[in-house]
Design a protein around this ligand. Sequence first.
Ligand code: NAP
Length: 290
Amino acid sequence: MGYAMAERLARGGCDLAVWNRTKEKAAPLAKHGAKVVNQLEELSTKDIVFVMVSTYEDVKAVIAQALAKGQPKMVVECSSISLEGSAELRKSLSAKGVEYLAAPVSGNAKVIKAGKLTFVVSGPKAAYEKARPYLDMMGAGSSYVGEGELARIAKICHNVMLGVVIQNLCEITILAQKAGMPRHAFLDFLNKSVMGSMFTRYKTPALVNLDFHVTFTPKLLRKDLDLGLEAGRNFEAPMPLTSLTRDLLQQMIGHGMTEQDFSTLILMQAKAAGIELRSENKEVGDGLSS
Ligand SMILES: NC(=O)c1ccc[n+]([C@@H]2O[C@H](COP(=O)([O-])OP(=O)(O)OC[C@H]3O[C@@H](n4cnc5c(N)ncnc54)[C@H](OP(=O)(O)O)[C@@H]3O)[C@@H](O)[C@H]2O)c1
């Protein structure tokens, strides 16, 4: 995610410095005009530092290191982390006089390449206005939802839907196949219908041709469902479908299916329905590639 976001900023002509733990992965960004640095501390002289790593622990570690010898004017944190983690971060950054925006995203690396990444943002409105041109450069725009950590809740809700929808999409696709129709034919209908969406379309190649090239790992999805369940408990909102989906995902992780895309949920569903899945080797669009 971070790579694809940085590539759009570099192509947009930003004065951009990039750090990644595994430097080789970031190295190709140099050809788009980004400076790939060796030390995180080198980012501290920048006006805005965008952070895109994995969990809150990782976010904390990279921000502490980035601010060890200086400080940027603003940190825009884009990883999917908890409300509590985000609030803790805001407290420590504002104590240092660094502006902070919570700006999690919707989309995967391919979505970013297609220019369709979106951000949900919370924090001081004035800081949002300063960051907005760069958020726009990375995708299809941002939604400002208010002060504090509200963006975290919006993103958690979004990813709970992602988990529940992929599980349901796998269930109905297997039902349709077991009843006798090809998966590509069923999904073609669904994608053209009012129920079709950018998401159902871009997951179609995975479900038809069993191309499980990873866009989002099962463990990252589990993290987000856990964040959803935790938020549900804190706000006393029942999350029955989320609980069930989390358990189904856990079964898949327990079977060691952790390295491929989360859409491998269809393999679990097929097994439970007593059918062996084969690729349909059918050319199907993902709604993103032109
Ligand atoms: N993929 C999606 O579809 C998607 C969509 C929306 C939001 N998100 C969220 O976006 C974030 C990134 O997701 P991703 O799919 O890009 O994950 P990823 O492919 O696993 O990449 C994680 C990145 O974080 C770095 N990292 C992890 N732990 C670190 C640490 N302790 N110190 C320094 N660097 C660390 C990794 O560095 P290395 O390269 O050295 O491993 C890598 O650059 C996650 O919070 C995820 O939940 C993902």
